[in-house]
Write a protein that binds this ligand. Structure first.
Ligand code: UDP
Ligand code: MG
Length: 316
């Protein structure tokens, strides 16, 4: 059998060569044919240069695709999956946070016939606030979203050819892989591992991008949040009706008195806020339709090694 390792890299100059060495050392004793598919996601440092060198050193087992700019990890993973020719594909981060020793275990589980072998990281060593927040988030998401999202389950996994073909057949522009993996289904098995610290370089996640990622997860899979908006609107409208009746009753019984400035302001501001949130929600969905309707490619390629399937534009 042949194994492909897909590695999205964005500014990973500091660690990419070490990653390559480590992976080859781990793979050598395993009796599998393999290839490493690197995707340079428009790095601004020397990542591409390193990839060229690696491809020269190991021409038969290295391929790379380099994007014209930074498109994000999702498009990078998609490019890597399209590039991979193996019977099974493992997606790994370039920073060695995904322990290469686990590859053997993943292959064993794959041989047993599983289509997705998921390595789930434990949150030991994470900041306590961050783990608590993620637990809360996943509980909320799973009540609202159709597909199951699990805490600690990321992109580190082995996919069979069947699963890979299913994933690349999904054409959507906005890719939320965590959900897509779960959406395609197939025979799935999960095991736990302890996450390692980043070997070198730094994480590309900022707190803001985590929040955006969270919102993406909530609305990428169905329209249920819109239904939540309907329920919220209905409840507020009923409350308002009851309150109005009560005011009218009070006026009939005791005559008109005019206080209520605070109530008015509170209601106006509160309702204004709720409406903004709901509008934003609708806007998010419309924005997604907008992106999908443009039918732009997920990424543009500026350079590949000679063997890559994806071709750079003519003249590049
Ligand atoms: N990555 C990428 N494009 C991006 C951001 C990240 O290809 O725009 C890659 C990055 O090079 C790494 C992987 O995605 O191989 C995970 O990124 P990072 O280590 O920053 O995330 P974390 O491990 O902190 O979640
Ligand atoms: Mg990392």
């Amino acid at each position: 059998m042949k194994l492909s390792i897909v590695v999205p890299c964005y500014n990973e100059e500091a660690v990419i060569s070490r990653f390559d060495d480590t992976i080859r050392t781990v793979l050598a004793p395993l009796a599998v044919e393999y290839e490493l598919c690197y995707v340079d996601d428009g790095s601004a440092d020397g990542t591409l240069h390193r990839l060229r060198t690696l491809a020269q050193q190991h021409p038969r087992t290295t391929r790379y695709v380099s994007f014209s700019r930074n498109f994000g990890k999702e498009p990078a993973m998609l490019a890597g999956l399209r590039e991979a020719t193996g019977d099974a594909v493992i997606i790994m981060d370039a920073d060695l946070q995904h322990p290469p020793e686990l590859i053997e275990k993943m292959l064993d589980l794959y041989q047993l016939g599983h289509d997705q072998v998921i390595a789930k990281r434990s949150r030991e060593g994470d900041k306590r606030l961050r783990s608590a927040l993620s637990r809360l988030y996943y509980r909320a998401v799973n009540t609202w979203v159709d597909v199951e999202l699990t805490d600690g389950v990321g992109d580190f996994r082995l996919l069979s050819r069947t699963a890979v073909d299913a994933l690349i057949s999904l054409p959507e522009y906005n890719r939320f892989s965590k959900g897509l993996f779960s959406w395609i289904g197939f025979d799935t098995v999960t095991f736990d591992y302890r996450n390692a610290a980043r070997e070198a370089g730094e994480t590309k996640w900022r707190f803001g991008s985590l929040i955006n990622y969270g919102i993406d997860g909530l609305i990428s899979f169905n329209c249920r949040p819109l239904r939540l908006a309907i329920y919220a609107g209905l409840s507020l409208a009923s409350l308002a009706a009851v309150y109005t009746l009560w005011i009218i009753g009070a006026a009939l019984a005791g005559g008109v008195t005019a206080p209520g400035y605070v109530t008015l302001v509170a209601i106006t501001v509160g309702l204004g806020g709720v409406q903004m949130v709901m509008l934003g929600l609708i806007g998010e969905y419309i924005g997604r339709i907008y992106y999908e309707s443009k039918r732009r490619p997920h990424f543009l390629v500026k350079e590949t090694d000679g063997t890559a399937r994806t071709r750079p534009p003519a003249g590049a």
